[in-house]
Design a protein around this ligand. Structure first.
Ligand code: IMP
Length: 501
C-alpha cells in the first residue's frame, strides 16, 4: 500500500521568521558568515570552511574559471561543471589554482601575423583585453610582444593589418624573469607604472603574466578563500560514471572540494563511487553527496557513502522540469527540514556534524535567508550566479534589454546525461534553455545578499549561522499575510529606482 507522508510539501515562501531578542552585540559588523563544508566532530575544526555560505551550481552556463575566481575572492566557492571532457575541466581547475599565485597563464595569445580582427575576436571570447604575441601563438611560445586595447582603434584601424604592426614589441616591454617572487613582480609593476608584467624564461619563452589589477583586487578582498599554499579554493562537480578518470585528474589539478552532480543521489551508484574515492584519497578532498530530499537518503549517504556534506533539492531549480517530466521531488522547505532533522539526530548520536547545502529554487534573498535559518549551512545557486558578469555566457539583447543565456544541465543544450541517467540513455529533457537579466558583478550581488543576511541575523539574535539555526522560530503564512508583506494601497514611486550598492 502506498505510504503518504504527513503534511504537504512546502516551500520557503510559505514561512516568515519571528524576530528574537536583539542584544547590544548583535550588529552587522559582529556577524560571522563562516560556514563549514566538511564534516567534523566537536573536538576539531572542519577541514574546510567558507567565509560566505554561497556556492555556485555545477552548470555549463554558471561555473567557469571567472566565476570560480570571483567567488573564491569573496570567500565563497564555485563548482566547476563536469559536463565537459575530463581534461577541459581539469584545465579550468588548474587555471583557478594558478590565478591566486598572481602568475596567470595567458589565455589570449596570437602569432605576430594574426590579424587585428583575430586578436579582437579572442579578447571578446576570453573577456580579457591583454593579448600575448608569441612566435607560435601559444601561451608558452617565444614572447614577441604584447597587444592591448590601447594599441589600436577598433573602428578606425584596418582590422586586416597584422598584430605585429600594432603590438609593443619585446624589446620595449618591461618583463620579469622566471623564478622571481610575486612581491618582486609587483614591485616592478609599481616602479615602471605598468598594468601587466610578462614573465619570461631564460630562452625568452612566455611563462605567465602578472597584473596590477590582481594585486589591487587581492588587497580589496580580505575575505578571500585560500588553501594552505595561498591559492584560491575551488570545487568541481563529478559524476558516478567516469569518476575513475575524472577524480584523479581533478585532484591532480588542485580541486579542493568534489561534489556529485546528480539529480537523484540516493543510489548505490553514488555509494560505490564515494567509497572508491575515499579508499584511494581518504580525506584529501572534501566530498559532497546528493541530491536528496529525505532524512532517510541523508542517513544513507552519510553512513554508507561517507560523504562530507549533503546537497538537498530535487525539482525546485529555476530551469528544472523534473517534477513535470517524472513526478519525483519534494517542496524544498519540507525536504530541507526533514534532512536537517536527520542531520541533528546524527550529530546527537555520533558527535559528528555533517554540513547540509540547500540546492536550487532560491528565487530571492529572502528565500536564501530562510534556507540558512532552517538549518542549511550553505546554499547552492544557478540562476543567481548565471545573471552576473562572471558567468561564462555571452550577453545578448532581447527587446532592448540585456540578458545572458541560462540552461539546465538536463536540457537538450547541455545533454548532461551523466547527471540524470544510470545507463547513458538520453530520451527526454529535464531542464529548459532560458535567458536571465544581467545584474552586475558577483561582488556587488553577494554584497547586497550578505548585508540582508547579516541584518536578519541581528533581528534573530544571532552572531553566527549556527546560532541563527538554533534560535530560529518560524511561522507559516496565509496567502493574505503574503500579500500583506508587499506594499499596499500606495502608489510606489521609488520601487524601481536605482540604489547605491
Ligand atoms: P536555480 O538556482 O534555481 O537556478 O537551480 C540550480 C540547481 O538546479 C542546480 O544546482 C541543480 O541542482 C539543478 N539543475 C541544474 N540543471 C538542471 C536541469 O536541467 N533540470 C533540473 N535541475 C537542474
Amino acid at each position: 500500500m502506498a505510504k503518504i507522508l504527513d503534511g504537504v510539501s512546502r516551500t520557503f515562501s510559505e514561512y516568515l521568521l519571528v524576530p528574537r531578542l536583539t542584544k547590544r552585540q548583535h550588529i552587522p559588523a559582529n556577524v560571522s558568515l563562516r560556514a563549514p563544508i566538511a564534516k567534523f566532530d566537536g573536538t576539531a575544526e572542519p577541514r574546510l570552511s567558507l567565509n560566505l555560505p554561497f556556492v555556485s551550481a555545477s552548470m555549463q552556463s554558471v561555473s567557469g574559471v571567472d566565476m570560480a575566481i570571483a567567488l573564491a575572492r569573496q570567500g565563497a566557492l564555485a563548482f566547476v561543471y563536469c559536463s565537459q571532457p575530463v581534461e577541459k575541466q581539469a584545465e579550468m581547475i588548474s587555471r583557478v589554482k594558478l590565478h591566486k599565485a598572481g602568475f596567470v597563464a595567458s589565455d589570449s595569445n596570437v602569432k605576430p601575423d594574426a590579424t587585428l580582427a583575430e586578436a579582437i575576436a579572442i579578447t571578446k571570447a576570453t573577456g580579457h583585453s591583454t593579448v600575448a604575441v608569441t612566435d607560435d601563438g601559444t601561451s608558452k611560445g617565444t614572447f614577441v610582444g604584447i597587444l592591448t586595447d590601447k594599441d589600436f582603434w577598433e573602428f578606425e584601424d584596418d582590422l586586416n593589418d597584422p598584430v605585429s604592426a600594432y603590438m609593443t614589441s619585446v624589446e620595449h616591454v618591461v618583463h620579469g624573469t622566471e623564478g622571481m617572487s610575486l612581491d618582486e613582480a609587483n614591485a616592478m609593476l609599481r616602479k615602471h607604472k605598468k598594468e601587466c608584467l610578462p614573465i619570461l624564461d631564460k630562452k625568452g619563452r612566455l611563462q605567465s603574466l602578472v597584473f596590477k589589477k590582481d594585486y589591487v583586487d587581492h588587497r580589496k578582498n580580505p575575505n578571500e578563500l585560500l588553501d594552505a599554499q595561498k591559492r584560491l579554493v575551488v570545487g568541481a562537480g563529478i559524476n558516478t560514471h567516469d569518476y575513475r578518470d575524472r577524480v584523479p585528474a581533478l585532484l591532480e589539478a588542485g580541486a579542493d572540494v568534489l561534489s556529485f552532480d546528480s539529480s537523484d543521489g540516493y543510489s548505490e551508484f553514488q555509494r560505490e563511487a564515494a567509497r572508491w574515492i575515499r579508499e584511494r584519497y581518504g580525506d584529501a578532498a572534501v566530498l559532497g553527496g546528493g541530491n536528496v530530499v529525505s532524512g532517510e537518503a541523508f542517513d544513507y549517504l552519510v553512513r554508507d557513502a561517507d560523504v562530507d556534506f549533503v546537497k538537498v533539492g530535487i525539482g525546485g531549480g529555476s530551469i528544472c522540469i523534473t517534477r513535470e517530466q517524472k513526478g519525483i521531488g519534494r517542496g524544498q522547505a519540507s525536504a530541507l527540514l526533514d534532512v536537517i532533522a536527520a542531520r541533528d539526530r546524527h550529530l546527537e548520536k555520533t558527535g559528528v556534524y555533517v554540513p547540509v547545502c540547500s540546492d536550487g529554487g532560491l528565487a530571492n534573498d529572502t528565500q536564501i535567508i530562510l534556507a540558512l535559518a532552517m538549518g542549511a549551512d550553505l546554499v547552492m545557486m544557478g540562476r543567481y550566479f548565471a545573471m552576473t558578469d562572471e558567468s561564462p555566457t555571452p550577453r545578448v539583447s532581447i527587446g532592448g534589454r540585456v540578458y545572458k543565456p541560462y540552461w539546465g544541465e538536463g536540457s537538450n543544450r547541455a545533454r548532461n546525461w551523466q547527471r540524470y541517467s544510470t545507463t547513458g540513455e538520453w530520451r527526454f529533457e529535464e531542464g529548459i534553455d532560458a535567458y536571465v537579466p544581467i545584474v552586475g558583478p558577483v561582488k556587488d550581488v553577494l554584497g547586497v545578499t550578505s548585508a540582508k543576511l547579516r541584518s536578519t541575523m541581528c533581528n534573530m539574535g544571532a552572531s553566527t549561522l549556527r546560532e541563527l539555526a538554533e534560535n530560529v522560530v518560524l511561522t507559516r503564512i496565509s496567502e493574505q499575510s503574503f500579500v500583506e508583506g508587499g506594499t499596499s494601497n500606495v502608489l510606489s514611486l521609488d520601487k524601481d529606482q536605482p540604489q547605491e550598492v
